[in-house]
Ligand binder design. Structure first.
Ligand SMILES: C[S@@+](CC[C@H](N)C(=O)[O-])C[C@H]1O[C@@H](n2cnc3c(N)ncnc32)[C@H](O)[C@@H]1O
Length: 261
Protein backbone atom coordinates (compact mmCIF):
# COMPACT_ATOMS: atom_id res chain seq x y z
CA UNK A 1 0.00 0.00 0.00
CA UNK A 2 1.36 3.47 -0.86
CA UNK A 3 2.04 6.00 1.91
CA UNK A 4 -0.85 8.11 0.61
CA UNK A 5 -3.33 5.21 0.75
CA UNK A 6 -2.14 4.30 4.24
CA UNK A 7 -2.75 7.92 5.27
CA UNK A 8 -6.26 7.91 3.85
CA UNK A 9 -7.06 4.56 5.50
CA UNK A 10 -5.73 5.84 8.83
CA UNK A 11 -7.88 8.98 8.62
CA UNK A 12 -11.02 7.08 7.64
CA UNK A 13 -10.56 4.64 10.52
CA UNK A 14 -9.86 7.44 12.93
CA UNK A 15 -12.86 9.54 11.92
CA UNK A 16 -14.98 6.37 12.17
CA UNK A 17 -13.72 5.92 15.75
CA UNK A 18 -14.39 9.54 16.64
CA UNK A 19 -17.97 9.15 15.46
CA UNK A 20 -18.39 6.06 17.59
CA UNK A 21 -18.44 7.60 21.07
CA UNK A 22 -21.02 5.12 22.33
CA UNK A 23 -24.80 5.00 22.45
CA UNK A 24 -24.97 6.78 25.82
CA UNK A 25 -22.05 9.18 25.32
CA UNK A 26 -24.16 12.32 25.47
CA UNK A 27 -25.81 11.36 28.76
CA UNK A 28 -22.43 10.48 30.23
CA UNK A 29 -20.77 13.73 29.08
CA UNK A 30 -23.69 15.68 30.56
CA UNK A 31 -23.07 13.97 33.89
CA UNK A 32 -26.37 12.12 34.01
CA UNK A 33 -24.89 8.81 35.10
CA UNK A 34 -24.28 9.06 38.81
CA UNK A 35 -24.46 5.51 40.10
CA UNK A 36 -20.71 4.92 39.92
CA UNK A 37 -17.76 6.60 41.60
CA UNK A 38 -15.75 6.35 38.38
CA UNK A 39 -18.41 8.22 36.41
CA UNK A 40 -18.67 10.88 39.11
CA UNK A 41 -14.94 11.48 39.16
CA UNK A 42 -14.37 11.30 35.42
CA UNK A 43 -17.43 13.21 34.22
CA UNK A 44 -19.84 14.62 36.78
CA UNK A 45 -17.34 16.49 38.93
CA UNK A 46 -15.77 18.31 35.96
CA UNK A 47 -18.58 20.87 35.71
CA UNK A 48 -18.03 22.20 39.23
CA UNK A 49 -14.27 21.81 38.96
CA UNK A 50 -13.92 23.69 35.65
CA UNK A 51 -16.47 26.36 36.67
CA UNK A 52 -14.62 27.10 39.91
CA UNK A 53 -11.30 27.52 38.09
CA UNK A 54 -12.93 29.85 35.56
CA UNK A 55 -14.76 31.86 38.26
CA UNK A 56 -11.57 32.30 40.29
CA UNK A 57 -9.77 33.72 37.27
CA UNK A 58 -12.40 36.09 35.96
CA UNK A 59 -12.82 39.47 37.55
CA UNK A 60 -14.94 41.51 35.14
CA UNK A 61 -18.64 40.65 35.08
CA UNK A 62 -19.26 43.20 32.31
CA UNK A 63 -16.71 41.84 29.88
CA UNK A 64 -17.71 39.28 27.25
CA UNK A 65 -15.11 36.52 27.54
CA UNK A 66 -14.33 34.35 24.53
CA UNK A 67 -14.70 30.74 25.62
CA UNK A 68 -13.83 27.84 23.30
CA UNK A 69 -14.47 24.13 23.79
CA UNK A 70 -12.06 21.95 21.82
CA UNK A 71 -13.54 18.48 21.15
CA UNK A 72 -16.94 19.76 22.24
CA UNK A 73 -19.18 16.94 20.94
CA UNK A 74 -22.76 18.12 21.58
CA UNK A 75 -21.59 20.78 24.02
CA UNK A 76 -22.64 18.84 27.10
CA UNK A 77 -19.81 20.01 29.36
CA UNK A 78 -19.81 23.53 27.91
CA UNK A 79 -23.56 23.84 28.55
CA UNK A 80 -23.16 22.66 32.14
CA UNK A 81 -20.38 25.18 32.76
CA UNK A 82 -22.40 28.05 31.29
CA UNK A 83 -25.33 27.12 33.56
CA UNK A 84 -22.98 27.31 36.57
CA UNK A 85 -21.67 30.75 35.68
CA UNK A 86 -24.80 32.87 35.03
CA UNK A 87 -23.14 36.05 36.34
CA UNK A 88 -20.52 36.10 33.59
CA UNK A 89 -20.86 36.82 29.88
CA UNK A 90 -19.31 34.56 27.27
CA UNK A 91 -19.17 34.27 23.54
CA UNK A 92 -18.78 30.57 22.86
CA UNK A 93 -17.06 28.51 20.17
CA UNK A 94 -17.13 24.74 19.75
CA UNK A 95 -14.56 22.88 17.65
CA UNK A 96 -14.96 19.24 16.68
CA UNK A 97 -14.41 16.99 13.68
CA UNK A 98 -17.79 15.38 14.28
CA UNK A 99 -20.11 17.56 12.21
CA UNK A 100 -23.27 15.68 13.24
CA UNK A 101 -22.52 16.22 16.92
CA UNK A 102 -21.79 19.90 16.30
CA UNK A 103 -25.16 20.33 14.58
CA UNK A 104 -26.80 19.28 17.84
CA UNK A 105 -24.48 21.44 19.91
CA UNK A 106 -26.75 24.14 21.30
CA UNK A 107 -24.23 25.43 23.85
CA UNK A 108 -21.95 27.15 21.35
CA UNK A 109 -22.74 30.24 19.32
CA UNK A 110 -19.97 29.54 16.80
CA UNK A 111 -19.25 26.01 15.58
CA UNK A 112 -16.14 25.00 13.69
CA UNK A 113 -15.77 21.62 12.03
CA UNK A 114 -12.02 21.04 12.14
CA UNK A 115 -9.34 18.71 13.42
CA UNK A 116 -7.84 19.89 16.67
CA UNK A 117 -4.31 19.66 15.32
CA UNK A 118 -5.07 22.43 12.81
CA UNK A 119 -7.65 24.84 14.16
CA UNK A 120 -8.66 27.80 12.00
CA UNK A 121 -8.54 30.35 14.82
CA UNK A 122 -6.16 33.27 15.24
CA UNK A 123 -3.27 33.33 17.71
CA UNK A 124 -4.38 34.43 21.20
CA UNK A 125 -7.98 34.72 20.08
CA UNK A 126 -9.62 32.93 23.06
CA UNK A 127 -9.71 34.10 26.66
CA UNK A 128 -10.56 30.62 27.90
CA UNK A 129 -10.25 27.18 26.31
CA UNK A 130 -11.59 23.96 27.73
CA UNK A 131 -10.59 20.57 26.37
CA UNK A 132 -11.80 17.42 28.14
CA UNK A 133 -10.84 13.89 27.04
CA UNK A 134 -9.99 14.77 23.44
CA UNK A 135 -6.22 14.23 23.44
CA UNK A 136 -6.36 10.47 23.96
CA UNK A 137 -8.31 9.93 20.73
CA UNK A 138 -5.22 10.98 18.77
CA UNK A 139 -1.79 9.61 17.96
CA UNK A 140 1.42 11.00 19.47
CA UNK A 141 2.17 13.43 16.66
CA UNK A 142 -1.40 14.75 16.66
CA UNK A 143 -1.41 15.16 20.45
CA UNK A 144 1.76 17.24 20.24
CA UNK A 145 0.15 19.43 17.58
CA UNK A 146 -3.09 19.76 19.58
CA UNK A 147 -1.17 20.97 22.62
CA UNK A 148 0.65 23.52 20.44
CA UNK A 149 -2.66 24.68 18.95
CA UNK A 150 -4.17 25.15 22.41
CA UNK A 151 -1.15 27.17 23.52
CA UNK A 152 -1.17 29.24 20.32
CA UNK A 153 -4.86 30.17 20.55
CA UNK A 154 -5.01 30.77 24.33
CA UNK A 155 -4.90 34.37 25.43
CA UNK A 156 -5.91 33.80 29.04
CA UNK A 157 -5.87 30.18 30.13
CA UNK A 158 -6.84 26.70 28.98
CA UNK A 159 -8.06 23.81 31.11
CA UNK A 160 -7.15 20.38 29.79
CA UNK A 161 -8.55 17.28 31.41
CA UNK A 162 -7.12 13.93 30.44
CA UNK A 163 -7.22 10.29 31.50
CA UNK A 164 -4.53 7.72 30.77
CA UNK A 165 -2.01 5.20 32.10
CA UNK A 166 0.21 5.08 35.14
CA UNK A 167 3.15 7.37 34.82
CA UNK A 168 5.58 4.58 35.73
CA UNK A 169 5.42 1.55 33.46
CA UNK A 170 2.60 2.92 31.29
CA UNK A 171 3.02 0.04 28.81
CA UNK A 172 1.58 -2.49 31.25
CA UNK A 173 -1.68 -0.52 31.43
CA UNK A 174 -1.65 0.22 27.69
CA UNK A 175 -1.36 -3.50 26.85
CA UNK A 176 -4.70 -4.19 28.54
CA UNK A 177 -6.49 -1.15 27.14
CA UNK A 178 -5.14 -1.94 23.66
CA UNK A 179 -6.49 -5.50 23.98
CA UNK A 180 -9.90 -4.10 24.83
CA UNK A 181 -9.91 -1.49 22.06
CA UNK A 182 -8.95 -3.88 19.25
CA UNK A 183 -12.65 -4.71 19.35
CA UNK A 184 -11.86 -8.41 18.85
CA UNK A 185 -13.90 -9.41 21.88
CA UNK A 186 -16.34 -6.48 21.96
CA UNK A 187 -16.76 -5.01 18.49
CA UNK A 188 -18.48 -1.84 19.76
CA UNK A 189 -15.26 -0.85 21.50
CA UNK A 190 -13.04 -0.94 18.41
CA UNK A 191 -10.98 2.23 18.31
CA UNK A 192 -8.30 3.42 15.86
CA UNK A 193 -5.73 6.19 15.75
CA UNK A 194 -5.60 6.66 19.52
CA UNK A 195 -2.75 6.70 22.03
CA UNK A 196 -2.80 6.89 25.80
CA UNK A 197 0.17 9.10 26.64
CA UNK A 198 1.61 9.11 30.10
CA UNK A 199 1.66 12.29 32.16
CA UNK A 200 5.44 12.58 31.68
CA UNK A 201 5.11 12.30 27.92
CA UNK A 202 2.53 15.08 27.78
CA UNK A 203 4.45 17.32 30.17
CA UNK A 204 7.69 16.58 28.25
CA UNK A 205 6.13 17.78 24.98
CA UNK A 206 4.79 20.90 26.66
CA UNK A 207 8.24 21.66 28.07
CA UNK A 208 9.94 21.05 24.70
CA UNK A 209 7.53 23.48 23.10
CA UNK A 210 7.94 26.03 25.88
CA UNK A 211 4.26 25.84 26.75
CA UNK A 212 3.58 27.51 30.07
CA UNK A 213 1.60 24.96 32.08
CA UNK A 214 0.73 23.91 35.59
CA UNK A 215 -0.53 20.48 36.69
CA UNK A 216 -3.59 21.15 38.83
CA UNK A 217 -4.70 17.68 39.77
CA UNK A 218 -3.88 14.02 39.36
CA UNK A 219 -5.74 11.07 40.81
CA UNK A 220 -6.36 7.40 40.24
CA UNK A 221 -9.93 6.48 39.30
CA UNK A 222 -10.86 2.87 39.97
CA UNK A 223 -13.21 0.75 37.84
CA UNK A 224 -12.71 2.46 34.48
CA UNK A 225 -14.69 -0.51 33.09
CA UNK A 226 -17.83 1.37 34.25
CA UNK A 227 -17.14 4.00 31.57
CA UNK A 228 -17.04 1.47 28.74
CA UNK A 229 -20.01 -0.45 30.11
CA UNK A 230 -22.23 2.61 30.47
CA UNK A 231 -21.10 4.66 27.47
CA UNK A 232 -21.44 1.78 25.04
CA UNK A 233 -24.44 0.24 26.82
CA UNK A 234 -22.71 -3.15 27.06
CA UNK A 235 -24.71 -6.26 27.90
CA UNK A 236 -23.83 -8.54 30.85
CA UNK A 237 -21.54 -10.72 28.78
CA UNK A 238 -19.68 -7.78 27.27
CA UNK A 239 -19.40 -6.12 30.68
CA UNK A 240 -17.85 -9.22 32.17
CA UNK A 241 -15.42 -9.54 29.26
CA UNK A 242 -14.41 -5.87 29.67
CA UNK A 243 -13.56 -6.45 33.34
CA UNK A 244 -11.70 -9.66 32.52
CA UNK A 245 -9.59 -8.00 29.81
CA UNK A 246 -8.67 -5.04 32.01
CA UNK A 247 -7.90 -7.36 34.95
CA UNK A 248 -5.61 -5.67 37.47
CA UNK A 249 -5.46 -2.54 35.26
CA UNK A 250 -9.12 -1.67 35.71
CA UNK A 251 -8.38 1.98 36.54
CA UNK A 252 -7.28 5.18 34.86
CA UNK A 253 -5.19 8.15 35.95
CA UNK A 254 -7.05 11.43 35.59
CA UNK A 255 -4.93 14.56 35.17
CA UNK A 256 -5.86 18.20 34.76
CA UNK A 257 -3.53 20.90 33.46
CA UNK A 258 -3.79 24.62 33.12
CA UNK A 259 -2.05 26.20 30.15
CA UNK A 260 -1.36 29.87 30.63
CA UNK A 261 -1.45 32.07 27.53
C1 LIG B 1 -14.61 11.76 24.57
S1 LIG B 1 -15.33 13.04 23.64
C2 LIG B 1 -15.41 14.32 24.87
C3 LIG B 1 -16.43 15.37 24.59
C4 LIG B 1 -16.39 16.57 25.54
N1 LIG B 1 -15.10 17.25 25.47
C5 LIG B 1 -16.63 16.11 26.95
O1 LIG B 1 -15.68 15.91 27.70
O2 LIG B 1 -17.81 15.93 27.30
C6 LIG B 1 -14.01 13.59 22.62
C7 LIG B 1 -14.45 14.60 21.57
O3 LIG B 1 -13.27 15.17 20.98
C8 LIG B 1 -13.38 15.14 19.57
N2 LIG B 1 -12.03 14.98 19.02
C9 LIG B 1 -11.06 14.16 19.43
N3 LIG B 1 -9.95 14.30 18.67
C10 LIG B 1 -10.24 15.23 17.75
C11 LIG B 1 -9.52 15.82 16.69
N4 LIG B 1 -8.28 15.46 16.41
N5 LIG B 1 -10.13 16.77 15.95
C12 LIG B 1 -11.40 17.17 16.22
N6 LIG B 1 -12.15 16.64 17.20
C13 LIG B 1 -11.58 15.69 17.97
C14 LIG B 1 -14.28 13.94 19.27
O4 LIG B 1 -14.88 14.05 17.99
C15 LIG B 1 -15.26 14.00 20.43
O5 LIG B 1 -16.37 14.78 20.12
Amino acid sequence: MTENKKGIEYLNNKIGSLKNMGEKASNIFKGESNDSLAMNKLYNESTEYFSNIIKDKLSNKDKIYKLADFGSFRGELLGNILDKLPDYKFSTTAVDINEDALKENLSAQEKIVATLDKIPLEDKSMDIIICRYALQWNNIEEQQKILKEIARITKGFAIIQYAGPDNNNPDKWREKIDDLLTGKEISKLRRAGYYFSSRNEIEGWMKENKINFERLMERKVKNVSDVFIKKYNLNDNESLKTKEILGDKNYIIQTTWLIIG
